[in-house]
Ligand binder design. Structure first.
Ligand SMILES: Cc1cc2nc3c(=O)[nH]c(=O)nc-3n(C[C@H](O)[C@H](O)[C@H](O)COP(=O)(O)OP(=O)(O)OC[C@H]3O[C@@H](n4cnc5c(N)ncnc54)[C@H](O)[C@@H]3O)c2cc1C
Length: 562
């Protein structure tokens, strides 16, 4: 038996119901709630379980848009990056990036130096309001010797140095997204995971409700709402098609994007951008480089994320990577950077998702995938005569804060100014914990290492986790997983305070236990045992939950796990 407790929330009519808790839905809910609207966020799976968990985790400042001379998009990226770095400084941190330079033309050091000079002026306010440790320095250059030292074994006689710039890394995209959902909930939003948006209800041409289906209780109900924001990512069109008379918002053409996670720390100090071997025609770049960049991103000390590879999907294809495709990607990476000498066994996980492509007839003439470049917000009142319905076609994790800001501005036109006073944070004053008791019970050394770990992972929330641990310190302070720090207290906290329902929620999204590689059998069993106790799972359910985790790593997991 999994948790069948119905969601409890204040059922007064909502101002807005948001469909989908990817990064766009999470941020729209967060900003709309903070602006004073009554918000319901409805997610058919777990918060952030789809595309948003699978990004390369680079929060781009948009330097690449210089190629397109697209200054609006660049400013949107700079503002969004700053907003995320400010919101969760413990989760979004500076990332130094390198790209080798060659010759004296478009890929040369002089061009790069000019590009950074220009970019640093456009991004002059990039550090406003950021804590000192998170401030991003200006761009620069490395000499040929420094470049070779940073990228050992780089075999290219034309390389004469490297360009150096700073972006940000969302070390844990899943927790960052969850932080937005949790804060929206603290401000009064109803946040419903494992709940599917089925259909809209209208009175005349106006949205008046959203029919939802709770996947745990199998109950269908209706949320009364004055507006709906469809932020269902790759499913947005399918949902619209089910609502008769509403045309699609995307081109109907989709690509599968994939990164590999390898259990090899290839570069320690820098994320490195190297050109792919296949030609790439960026059809709307003013300054064309002729090749797509592959980024090698150092991650969590022992891992490197490498990507991104794109493949056009045929209609109806789901895109889940096969062993053959993973092997081909390894071969391509070895071709780009032979010194890596990666093998299939180095792959510890892969991240993949589906992204919208452009409607671009010229793209059909070659086989380079042309991703949609700009996020769009569609007002179905103006376009289709369905008033109170907005849809988002989002193209980047990074720019979700600016997209959300625009959606909230449109909501003001659709449903009027927020009727409630903003900022009503539901804060429960709790008695102070006596940490000396904890120190006595679990020992000073263990207490200090747990506290340090909780502060790093949960920021301000660390005290809430400690409060859970306080209830049974000897038992709940034990480490569950040898590779990734995780205590029993955190698992109980995820269930009681963060709406974790399944083992996959804990392993992949509440904690980073499984986001880089499949956890060991003993760690999974220990985590499942804690959940089983909390949620009264029987043996069959517990086994099913463990199997569901293994399935996520196929074809990398071996048959002996099943
Ligand atoms: C491999 C890869 C690498 C990437 N790297 C980067 C990067 O480095 N930087 C960057 O900025 N971006 C990157 N991106 C792009 C970025 O991840 C996406 O643009 C972004 O996450 C899309 O978010 P979303 O909220 O629109 O969609 P999603 O995250 O897919 O969210 C949509 C949600 O809607 C839910 N849903 C669907 N239908 C319903 C329904 N009927 N009822 C309720 N819920 C529903 C789904 O379950 C899902 O959770 C990358 C993407 C991929 C795949």
């Amino acid at each position: 038996m999994t948790d069948k407790t119905p969601h409890t929330f204040d059922t007064r009519p909502f101002d807005v119901a948001v469909i989908g808790a990817g990064i766009h839905g999470a941020l729209v809910s967060h900003q709309a709630t903070r602006a004073g609207y009554r918000v319901a966020l409805v997610e058919k799976d777990d918060f952030g379980a789809a595309t948003s968990a699978n990004s390369l985790k680079i929060i781009h400042g948009g330097i690449r848009y210089l190629q397109h001379l697209n200054f609006t998009r660049m400013r949107d990226s700079i503002r969004s990056r700053r907003a995320m770095m400010r919101f969760a400084p413990h989760l979004v941190t500076p990332l130094a990036c390198l790209m080798p330079t060659s010759g004296h033309g478009i890929k040369g050091r002089e061009t790069m130096r000019f590009a950074f000079w220009l970019y640093d002026r456009i991004a002059a306010d990039r550090n406003r309001g950021l804590p000192p440790a998170n401030r991003l320095p200006t761009g620069g250059a490395l000499s040929e010797e420094e470049c070779i030292a940073a990228i050992p074994g780089l075999e290219n006689p034309t390389i004469n140095g490297a360009a150096l710039w700073h972006d940000a890394l969302a070390v844990n995209t899943e927790r960052l997204l969850l932080e937005y959902v949790l804060e929206a909930r603290s401000y009064g939003a109803a946040t419903l995971n494992y709940t599917e948006a089925v259909a809209l209800e209208k009175t005349g041409d106006r949205v008046t409700g959203l029919i939802i289906y709770d996947r745990r209780t199998h109950k269908t109900s209706t949320l009364a709402t004055r507006a709906i924001v469809n932020a269902a990512g790759p499913w947005a069109d399918r949902w619209l098609q089910d609502q008769s008379g509403i045309a699609a918002i995307s081109s109907g053409s989709w690509a599968r994007a994939m990164n590999l996670v390898v259990h090899r720390p290839l570069f320690d100090k820098y994320a490195v951008g190297l050109e792919g071997a296949r030609p790439y025609n960026d059809s709307d770049a003013v300054i064309k480089r002729g090749a797509r960049l592959f980024f090698f991103v150092p991650w969590r000390q022992h891992f490197t994320m490498i990507g991104t590879d794109y493949r056009q999907l045929a209609a109806g294809e789901d895109g889940k990577p096969t062993r053959d495709e993973l092997e081909k990607m390894i071969a391509e990476i070895n071709n780009i950077y032979p010194a890596a000498a990666l093998t299939y066994d180095d792959i510890s996980f892969y991240h993949w998702g589906i992204l919208p492509c452009r409607e671009d007839p010229s793209a059909q003439e070659d086989d380079t995938v042309q991703l949609a470049k700009e996020s769009q917000i569609i007002d179905h009142g103006a376009r289709d005569g369905v008033h109170g319905l907005l849809s988002i076609n989002g193209v980047k994790y990074t720019t979700a804060p600016v997209v959300a800001e625009k959606v909230v501005a449109m909501l003001q036109k659709v449903v009027g100014e927020a009727p409630e006073r903003p900022g009503s944070y539901h804060y429960q004053r709790l008695p102070l914990l006596d940490h000396a008791i904890l120190v006595r019970k679990i020992g000073a050394e263990h207490y200090n290492s747990i506290r340090c770990h909780l502060e790093q992972r949960y920021g301000e929330r660390w005290r809430q986790v400690m409060r859970v641990l306080y209830a049974a310190p000897e038992q709940l302070s034990r480490w569950v997983c040898p590779d990734t720090p995780l205590t029993g207290a955190e698992i109980v906290y995820f269930i009681e305070h963060e709406q974790a329902v399944h083992l996959t929620d804990v392993v992949l999204r509440r904690s980073p236990m499984g986001s880089a590689s499949c956890p060991s059998a003993s760690a999974l069993e220990a985590a499942a045992a804690i959940m089983a106790k909390q949620l009264s799972w029987d043996d069959a359910t517990t086994e099913g939950e463990i199997k569901a985790v293994y399935r996520l790593y196929e074809p990398l997991t071996r048959g002996d796990h099943h």
